[in-house]
Write a protein that binds this ligand. Structure first.
Ligand SMILES: [Zn+2]
Length: 122
């Protein structure tokens, strides 16, 4: 992947934000580099996901969160999808992955496992 000033700015924004929804990433990138358009940011985020530099975290809300941490880990998401945090529990991640590796799902080829726990932060 080519290194461009836009890509560097977007990576820097992701690094400073940790987990962030798309609108927050756009705001942060434009704070650092106002000339980068939202369309460029969207496209670059998609490319980063394809290149496995970042991951997209599914929530059942209408926001898409991106995460720059590459190693597999568990996500805690608030019920209203405004807050997200990492849970470092290698055991739980491993248990889920091992279980799914042993029991193939008919008609579905799994690429990776993302565990998302929905709840309330206290
Ligand atoms: Zn994470």
């Amino acid at each position: 992947m080519k290194v461009t000033p836009q890509r560097v700015a977007i990576l820097e924004a992701l690094q400073s934000l940790g987990h962030a929804p798309t609108d927050e990433i756009i705001r942060k990138v434009q704070e650092l580099s106002p000339y980068i358009s939202p369309a460029t940011i969207y496209n670059t985020l998609e490319k980063f996901v394809q290149e496995k530099m970042i991951s997209r975290i599914p929530t059942d809300g209408n926001k898409t969160f991106f995460d720059i941490t590459e190693h597999p880990h568990i996500h805690l998401v608030s019920e209203d999808h405004t807050k997200m945090a990492d849970l470092e529990d290698d055991k739980l991640q491993q248990v889920v992955e091992e279980y799914l590796a042993k029991i193939p799902i008919p008609g579905f080829k799994m690429n990776r496992v993302q565990v998302v726990l929905i709840g309330r932060f206290e």
